[in-house]
Write a new protein. Sequence first.
Length: 490
Amino acid sequence: PLRRIVRLIMEETAAVAKAVGITCAFDLDERLVVAPAMRDFRTSMWQDFQAGPAPRNGDPVRRRRTTGEYRSGWGGSVTGPRNGSREHRCLRDGNSFPPECGRAPRQGSIRWSAMSDADVHVNAFQSHVAEIEGRPGYVRSAAFAVGFATVAPSGKVLDTAFPVVNLAENFGAGAVLADVVGHRSGTASFELNRDQLDRAIAAFAAFEGDGKSHPNVDALKAARAAFGAAPLHGGERRPVIVFIGALTDPPTGPSDVYLRLHLLSHRKVQPHGVSLDGAFGHLNNVVWTNLGPFDPDGFDAVRFRLRAEGTEVRVHSVDKFPRMTDYVVPSGVRIADADRVRLGAHLAEGTTVMHEGFCNFNAGTLGASMVEGRISQGVVVGNGSDIGGGASIQGTLSGGGKQVVRIGEKCLLGANAGLGISLGDNCIVEAGCYITAGSLVALPDGGVVKARELSGESNLLFRRHSQTGALEVRPNGVTWEGLNAALHKN
């Protein structure tokens, strides 16, 4: 009879566990055989049974469910040692028996404590994610983001802003969002309707009020709040989600291009770290103003109407690319003139861009650098290098150039100098000296080579002979003190 009573209690305990979402992976009859073999060790169930009924206040199940969380590990009882027992003292600071308890844990058992409602919801969320990721054809995205696009009355996408971007992270959020829009794999962009936004936000309800930061949930809520909002030019704001299957995939549309530019300016990827093939073809020409983006078609009429209403419109530029700082302000940088840094620029912490400095998209710095000249599209500048005032570096955007120019660490490109080849580390190009790939350069031994043959070499000094005007290269024996550290503590 005693064995039968204990088994009934164990069956009831397992049923309660199942009701709150926990599966007991053990055989009850096997446990009844094993328990007596543990000699003086007694499960809390045995102890409770032998101690007889104790007065309880309220519902014991509800009271116990608020005390902690389920843990897996040691091989004792279903509910753990009785409070105050030797086993309880050994276990209260960990999940295993210390040697002084005189016994080792039995593998394969489960230790239970009570689970809160929040834990149940989180477990349900994780199970939902696992189910989505287990579906045939589902592949995790390399990057994804939720944002909202500005769409003109003509239907042109003028821009897309992403409050947070994800690269090889937050796969659970990515899976849930993919499920909402029916995405399985590859690169694609989707507009989100109200129902999809509500479903997406509801899917993350398990994390409400947990005191932690959830940027993707905040982005969904911001997109929901912006849904249908009408900009001053009469268009609308449309919530979007963009998935990039692989960073080598070419862009598929304007919002996709904007996500890639955000990845660069957020320093998630370095220049050339994500494909921008065909980006120009996806972007529309835009009038960038203090009131946001406008469609160039009919802009004068819209400006006249706004002026009549007392609203002044100031045009910053007419271009396909906006200013970086209107979308991303990276930490640890100084930018004297925000108009001269395009979205998609990669500025490493410690970089200072002075008034005459410029940095294009898919280009930038990899460490603390002084930029007083032009960093053209595709150019990469190493840590500790100085691009002097008025200096220019040839990019890959115009003229069909395919050669990526890289400047190594601790290099100095003098004022008004120019460069069409790569430099290794510790190189100097004299002020006013322009080196193209086809420039003929005199070597120290009297030989002459084209500059492209010296591309990427370190410890070189390029200069122009002050009497003959000939370009020369010499071993760099000049000690350059490098950047002024005080100017780059941004």
